[in-house]
Design a protein around this ligand. Structure first.
Ligand SMILES: Nc1ncnc2c1ncn2[C@@H]1O[C@H](COP(=O)(O)OP(=O)(O)OP(=O)(O)O)[C@@H](O)[C@H]1O
Length: 232
């Protein structure tokens, strides 16, 4: 069976600002990620990792080159097309971005609201099931303020994965966590993603989680390269 690549980036440059203040932050990015692959992107601060992640995640519009996500060209796409494309994605960020006034269960249910046709009872059931998978079945009705950092991040993972997205984009998901919680959340992400067959692109500085990747790519000064030799 041939698998289509989930993500194909070709000759993408990206600039911020305009006129004399214009600054190029991505240079001739070429990247292909297969369906179901887990790819970690690492590299120095300011090298352009988040910029590339947000382009792939349809959170900003690509200016040049070609960016095909699930077969759809997103370079210079309209706002509507980008909004539509975002529905295929799950997002996990360093700041978990949970709604403080909603319980864990309600936060995860929000991840299903893109599926407008789903009955409330089904949303409830699927959200509760996903929270069980991340080990929070006894915290369904807790507000984020009553959860630890690792638990909050697990709620964020449940919210990102509950709709079975084809692509998950994660930006420093372990940055605010201690070693054990960080390990736990990436293990959960890895296992759920492999079960669901989704593609993950994860940006991190956390060397302790590199082993969950099928492949590691390295960004430096706006250019992608293979991982440098490991320093032992
Ligand atoms: N909205 C913006 N406007 C102008 N410049 C920006 C903007 N966002 C990012 N930049 C610049 O683009 C470059 C790349 O930033 P980016 O956030 O993509 O790097 P990064 O590799 O993700 O860094 P970090 O690891 O610190 O998150 C940096 O020089 C940054 O200052």
């Amino acid at each position: 069976m041939t698998q289509n690549p989930a993500i194909i980036v070709q000759q993408v440059d990206h600039y911020f600002g305009s006129g004399q203040l214009q600054k190029q932050v991505l240079f001739d990015i070429n990247l292909q990620i297969e369906s179901g692959e887990i790819v970690i992107m690492t590299g120095p601060s300011g090298s352009g990792k988040t910029t590339l992640l947000t382009l792939i995640g349809s959170l900003r519009s690509a200016q040049s080159g070609s960016l095909k996500i699930l077969g759809q060209e997103l370079c210079q796409a309209s706002r509507d097309t980008l909004t539509q494309a975002r529905r295929n994605n799950g997002y996990i960020f360093q700041a978990h971005n949970l709604h403080g006034s909603l319980t864990a269960l309600e936060n995860v249910q929000m991840g299903l609201e893109v599926h407008g046709s789903m009955l409330k009872a089904e949303r409830h059931e699927r959200a509760a099931e996903m929270l069980k998978k991340v080990g929070l079945e006894d915290r369904l009705h807790y507000l984020p303020s009553g959860l630890s950092g690792g638990q909050k991040q697990r709620v964020a993972i449940a919210r990102a994965l509950v709709s079975h997205p084809k692509i998950v984009l994660a930006d420093e998901p372990t940055a605010a966590l201690d070693k054990k919680s960080g390990r736990d959340v990436v293990d959960i992400m890895h296992d759920l993603a492999k079960q669901q067959g989704c593609t993950i692109l994860l940006v991190t500085h956390d060397n302790r989680i590199l082993d969950i990747a099928d492949r590691i790519i390295y960004m430096e000064d706006g250019r992608l390269s293979k991982q440098p030799e490991a320093v032992s």
